[in-house]
Ligand binder design. Structure first.
Ligand code: NOJ
Length: 535
């Protein structure tokens, strides 16, 4: 098994790689059509064998399933689609038994409208939880209190007849925004955190953490300066409905809870029109979150080498410890978003090499290690409410959530025993299924394991400083350096082969893609070839 966890016990998380499991789509052990916790347990040997440090486990709590886990009805109960309380306990034990940490998804900025907190809050204007959510009167003409928009489309306000008031939502109408300014809300949320800490988790991923608080004065957002208004949300700057300075005092309370409980880790998801600045702000110093992420690596204009350089420089050069990723359950899968529908294995492996050389933490989404392209779903199979609203525009998120392909020739690609899954497995994933890639030494899965083992065994890659440069728009060079050790990645992000002797000084590669030529002071990279060179 590849080396892992070779870090300070006190800072196990620094430089760590978390494998993101979207449990509804990972493995359906009880064959009811939904992936489940027993399915994750059955997949643990596979995950541990990738050499990662732990799992980011997407929501397991009781959910209204309008947003598939991201709409909690009770943050402490287990979603029955996924299993039971004892399945969860078994998962924590079994993960720890394999040296894997569990970082659990937490949704603290809103709940489902079916949550008992909201049911009480909406019942009147003077109940004990009346101010737990963001309520506001209509304007004199009956319209919404201000101009804020929902990320899922339309105004950020829903009318509630029982209170004759609007409540705010960043997402679906059934996902009301919690008012974390309220001390009792803070206590209730910290109590949720304690519950899971007592159950033995090693940290949390905080969903849209920069939405924890919005402006209590409800000021209008100013118009945006960008021309890109495909969705009305982007027509305004998110100045007042997120990323508020006043939320940091609560973030510091969260961090205190984690520090007092031991060496627990936190990573914040940031959703913002100034993603990098906000991600940095939410994990700067050592009293906020340990890490944060906002922008997918490799997304943006071409050429790819320049995009990656710009992103890595911006993210990796700062004092903060950001998290890098190529795919997750909210985006078009990495190979498709970077290379389109015809992504080759060599292209994707080159990008994985870049990810492994990045300074910070890494998230690897289930299927990244297989190079899965985004799945295309016919309109009548789309389940995600945000995607339905904009179909065929916008990110069709279900394409990143189809069942994991375990076996190429099995029903539903081995996701379960043959019951119709909640989303169909993608026919395009059959040829990339895990079983086929296990049998092929040059497969993306095998390359991924070698890359991961290299990162885990190298203090420079895991902790070192980073310098990034680009030669002629196509050759990306990443140098990582820590006390007494350094490692350079040279990667050809182009179809044409190229000579990289000048950049590489031709030391013997610690790891390289097939087909490279080195020796006699020369290094020649095939198209999309890469070499890690200890220097
Ligand atoms: C962020 C989650 O990653 C996404 O899946 C979800 O839809 C939104 N939060 C809203 O709940």
């Amino acid at each position: 098994m590849p080396a892992r966890n070779n870090v300070d016990a006190g800072e196990w998380w620094r430089g760590a790689t978390l494998y993101q499991v979207y449990p509804l789509s990972f493995h359906d052990a009880d064959n009811d059509g939904w992936g489940d916790l027993q399915g994750v347990i059955e997949g643990l040997d596979y995950i541990a064998g990738l050499g990662v440090d732990g799992i980011w486990l997407c929501p397991v709590h009781l959910s209204a399933m309008e947003d598939y886990g991201y709409d909690p009805i009770d943050q402490k109960k287990i979603n029955p689609h996924l299993g039971t309380e004892s399945d969860f306990d078994e998962l924590v034990r079994a993960s720890h038994g394999r040296g894997l940490k569990i970082v659990l998804d937490q949704v603290w900025t809103y709940t489902s409208h079916l949550h008992e907190w909201f049911i009480e809050s909406r019942s009147s204007r003077d109940n004990p939880k009346a101010d737990w959510y963001l309520w506001a009167d209509a304007k004199p003409d009956g319209t919404e209190p201000n101009n804020w928009r929902s990320l899922f489309g339309g105004p950020a306000w829903e009318w509630c007849p029982s209170r004759r008031q609007y409540y705010m939502t960043h997402f679906l109408p059934g996902m009301p925004h919690l008012r974390a300014q309220h001390p009792d809300v803070q206590s209730a949320l910290l109590d949720v955190g304690k519950h899971w800490i007592d159950k033995g988790v090693d940290g949390f991923r905080f969903d849209v953490a920069n939405f924890l608080m919005v402006d209590d004065a409800l000021r209008d957002n100013p118009p945006s300066e960008t021309e890109d208004c495909e969705f009305p949300l982007w027509a305004q700057r998110m100045v007042y409905d997120g990323s508020r300075e006043e939320s940091f005092a609560f973030v510091e309370r969260i961090r205190k809870l984690l520090d007092e409980a031991g060496d627990l880790y936190s990573v914040a998801e940031i959703s913002s029109d100034k993603p990098l600045a906000d991600a940095l702000a939410y994990c700067s110093g050592n009293r906020r979150f340990h890490s944060a992420y906002a922008t997918k690596l490799g997304s943006g204009e071409r050429p790819l080498a320049k995009t990656l350089m710009r992103q890595l420089k911006a993210m990796g050069g700062s004092g903060a410890w950001l998290t890098h990723f190529l795919s997750n359950h909210d985006y078009v899968r990495g190979p498709t978003s970077i290379f389109g529908t015809k992504a080759s294995a060599a292209q994707w492996q080159a990008v994985l090499a870049v990810l492994m050389a990045a300074r910070g933490n890494l998230h690897v989404y289930q299927g990244d290690e297989l190079g899965l392209p985004h799945a295309e779903l016919p309109r009548d199979e789309v389940r995600d409410r945000q995607s339905i609203r904009y179909y065929p525009h916008g990110v069709q998120r279900d394409g990143a959530r189809t069942p994991f392909p375990w076996k190429s020739a099995a029903p539903n690609l081995g996701f379960n025993g043959g019951t119709q899954p909640w989303l169909n497995a993608s026919p395009a994933h059959g040829a990339l299924a895990r079983d086929l890639q296990e049998a092929d030494a040059g497969s993306t899965l095998q390359v991924f394991r070698r890359l991961m083992a290299l990162r885990q065994g190298s203090a420079a890659l895991r902790h070192g400083d980073m310098q990034v440069s680009v030669v002629a728009d196509r050759l990306l060079i990443i140098e990582r350096r820590t006390h007494g050790e350094s490692m350079k990645l040279v990667v050809n992000l182009d179809d044409a082969p190229r000579d990289a002797s000048a950049e590489a000084r031709a030391s013997q590669p610690a790891l390289a893609s097939p087909g490279i030529g080195y020796g006699d002071g020369r290094l020649r990279l095939p198209g999309w070839g890469f070499a890690f060179l200890p220097t």
